[in-house]
Ligand binder design. Sequence first.
Ligand code: HEM
Ligand SMILES: CC(C)=CCC/C(C)=C/CC/C(C)=C/COP(=O)(O)OP(=O)(O)O
Length: 302
Amino acid sequence: MKQFISDFNKLVKLRLTLTVVFSASIAFLIGAKQQGDIIWVNWLILTIGGFLITGSANGFNEIIERDLDKLMKRTEDRPLPAGRMTTGQALVLSLFMGIFGTLLLVELNFLAGLLSVFAIILYAFVYTPLKQKSPIAVFVGAFPGALPPLIGYYAAFKSAGFGFEYAAVSEAAIVIIPWVLFLIQFFWQFPHFWAIAWVADEDYKRAGFRLLPTTKKDTISAWMIFISAVLMIPVGILPLYYGFGGWVFTVVSLFGGLLFAYYGFKHLKEMTDATARKVMFTSFIYLPLTQLVLLFDFIPLK
Ligand code: HEM
Ligand SMILES: CC(C)=CCC/C(C)=C/CC/C(C)=C/COP(=O)(O)OP(=O)(O)O
């Protein structure tokens, strides 16, 4: 049983999944605050459904990459490449999680359920095969990666068909807030992932993945990491600009953006694994922290 739990955690990529789900459940609470009513049962359904959907996407990803994962140190101990789980077992688990998770989300909001299926397909069946072909994969993967806040936010609203039940729901509430949350997470993924791709480059090469912007640890890739890190500064001001993020959030996100820019610059100058790792750790803290602060410093829009 202990072994199964450990294998299940590796199949769904537990830590990554928990952060993805965190971003969706914070967005749900922001959506609920915007509406003026937090329905906690629905929050629980979103959190469980989001976990199942993300777990399913990661399960499919590990099924598709089972042979490649054998070649890399960071992935060789996953249950499929290590031979502790069969493809059939992983398929059953992933299908079950995908179907059940989608049903839960559709129950909350139809559009949220639809976007979840879209995210699974885009991540598992477009991004995953593309990883071996071109660094463009990272750009493609950033779309499903940024969808969770959008999904979580919409899940807080009752649906009527494709639309929303409340006639009084304003355009700002339904378009601006969720899409800004999407954009923040979208842009965040570039410094996040390129820093990881730099640190793990030797390992990635073993499996033939070329995911740095130029496929190499060169000056252009370092510049791209730097630019993507600096972009987090203007991106972090968007909630204040649109009037739904307060000053506390803005100060925290500006500080995070400056930290990103500082380590990005240090990395540009030194181009070592140690400096890339600083950018990577900044990314691990930046997203959950700014999202949490935004929840408490959120100003509902008219
Ligand atoms: C283009 C999109 C993304 C790519 C390519 C990507 C890639 C990766 C990879 C390869 C790792 C593993 C690093 C290692 O083996 O040490 C990782 C770790 C991580 N990612 Fe991402 N990621 C993306 C988007 C996201 C998103 C949207 C989130 C959360 C909202 C996220 C959260 C995390 C966290 C928390 C970790 C560290 C936990 C762990 O290593 O298990 N990532 N990412
Ligand atoms: C709502 C929903 C279904 C969202 C799916 C989103 C999801 C799992 C986003 C993570 C994004 C991503 C591209 C991770 C990298 O995996 P990788 O394949 O590069 O990691 P690996 O090399 O460790 O396998």
